[in-house]
Ligand binder design. Structure first.
Ligand code: SF4
Length: 88
């Protein structure tokens, strides 16, 4: 996919994602690309196993982790305390 392939109305979103380093804009644009830029298809996306599903509307869910990732619980990833579940 090239920049020119992005519909003009979504190029501002692309700039916010790439130059503005907006994570939410990047996820939103990715979901729009996934659904051929059909907003309704993004809204109705039923792929709940997709890791982006909760973020697909370009808004941070109320129960989302903090920006520093301190609430993200993944194997081997240090917790906010500096240790992980495996005790490494
Ligand atoms: S949440 Fe849905 S629309 Fe977004 S990337 Fe995943 S499958 Fe595609």
């Amino acid at each position: 996919m090239k920049y020119e392939d992005i519909p003009e109305r979504y190029r501002g979103l692309w700039h916010r994602a790439v130059h503005g380093r907006s994570r939410q804009a990047a996820i939103r644009l990715n979901c729009l690309m996934c659904c051929c830029y059909q907003i309704v298809e993004v809204q109705n996306c039923g792929i709940t196993a997709c890791p982006l599903w909760r973020y697909r509307m370009g808004k941070k869910p109320l129960d989302a982790p903090e920006a520093d990732g301190s609430e993200i619980d993944a194997p081997g990833r240090p917790h906010a305390t500096g240790t992980n579940k495996e005790g490494d």
